[in-house]
Design a protein around this ligand. Structure first.
Ligand code: SAH
Length: 228
């Protein structure tokens, strides 16, 4: 069932004006009419069933009392890698339940975020993935361009995934976890040291060297397994 988000708070019985983009999607792309029931998620992350009325509003039929969020707030700090891979990775991270994605311009990131357009595009991917996977909220996107600022995105537990690390640390359940993944060429030595000094614990994801996007999805899968 199709889901949309609204930044308003809604109550059962409300008639809500829908935004043009969602209306276009519902009527022109999906070719639905007022008989179709869809899901709508509000500013307090509550989910409702709704249907179209007057071709521009929706009527809120019932509240679903459904929470599809993880018990743990997960932040993935993902080094910027080639655009298509980064975008695919972001989409999957959202499906897996990550709450914040930080696009990190690491020392060896070949790709740079030069303009707002790229962030707008990534935010659109995040929103669509959140709709598709029936999340209760749209994950947040941040851009971090230097090592020091990574401290802003730290959680109760913080990990840096590092292929030269030997310790396969058991990732314990906790209320919030941040983890950081390096770019295609890996972390630069000094950068790795600085990140550890901030308080990120170095962890191995096994003996094989994974692509950055595989490492990011594997790490969030481990966390989902503990905090579903
Ligand atoms: N250093 C390599 C590979 C970098 S892989 C090179 O020079 O080509 C990209 C990122 O994926 C790494 O920075 C790390 O964060 C993560 N990663 C890949 N394999 C890993 C493993 N076995 N354990 C932990 N992290 C890993």
């Amino acid at each position: 069932m199709q889901q949309y988000f609204t930044d308003k708070k809604i109550c059962v019985g409300d008639d809500l004006e829908m935004n043009n983009e969602d209306l276009y999607h519902l009527i022109k792309v999906l070719r639905k009419d007022d008989k179709y029931t869809f899901r709508i998620c509000d500013a307090s992350h509550k989910v409702f069933h709704a249907h179209l009325i007057n071709n521009y509003q929706c009527h809120i039929d019932e509240e679903l009392n459904e929470n599809n969020e993880l018990d743990c707030d997960v932040t993935c700090i993902m080094s910027l890698i080639k655009n298509d891979k980064f975008e695919m990775c972001v989409q999957k991270l959202v499906e897996l339940g990550v709450k914040r994605i930080v696009a990190y311009q690491s020392v060896r990131s070949v790709v740079k975020v030069k303009d707002e357009k790229k962030l707008v595009r990534i935010n659109k991917i995040i929103k669509e993935a959140a709709e598709q996977s029936h999340r209760n909220l749209i994950p947040e996107l941040y851009l971090c361009t230097n090592v020091k600022d990574l401290s802003k995105y730290m959680s109760e537990k913080n990990y840096i995934c590092y292929e030269a690390e030997k310790n396969i640390t058991d990732i314990d359940k906790s209320s919030s976890i941040s983890y950081i993944i390096g770019p295609e060429g890996g972390f630069e030595d000094n950068e790795y040291k600085k990140i550890c000094e901030l308080g990120f614990e170095s962890v191995s994801l096994g003996k094989r060297i994974l692509r950055a996007e595989t490492a990011a999805l594997y790490m969030s899968s481990i966390i989902v397994g503990k905090c579903q």
